[in-house]
Write a protein that binds this ligand. Sequence first.
Ligand code: PNS
Length: 167
Amino acid sequence: MADKSVLAVYPGSFDPITYGHIDVIKRSMTIFPNLVVAVVGNPYKQSLFDFEERVDMIQAAIGNKKNIRIDMCSGLLIDYVRSIDAKVIIRGLRAISDFEYEFQMALSNNKLNSSIETLFMMSSAQYSYVSSKLIKEIALLGGDISAFVPRPVALKLNDKLKKYKRF
Ligand code: PNS
């Protein structure tokens, strides 16, 4: 039975949100009914969309859900998680290639604050290869991204990439 008192955070770049992310959100909600989806700055990644645009796309993709809050965080993730009194960080795992980085992050976050747990959710098989990075590349090169992102996200992405398209 889900523990209504535990707040979980699902952090990520969400640049943009994909069906893979949405799948993790839906499945997380069955375990943690109170969920914060946090758009987090990744210091090593240049984002295509600014924070507000990413939040708006998540909102459009998941609709208004009573128990989901969408937020932004630009500092250390673990400090943000503690500041909202959440206890769990959820991360999706797609493939073995994700593991090394996720393992390092989880252990580092645990070292910074051992009262917050990172839980990993294996991606559903049909989304195990989906990544925001490849979706942006497909869109940039004129491919159909409707299988990977909801329509409002596809429209926003195609619009955003217009200025980069040369053909
Ligand atoms: O969707 P992503 O890009 O895989 O998400 C990575 C993210 C944003 C969760 C990670 O880069 C992060 O936590 N950034 C915040 C800065 C931070 O806390 N860095 C230390 C991590 S141990």
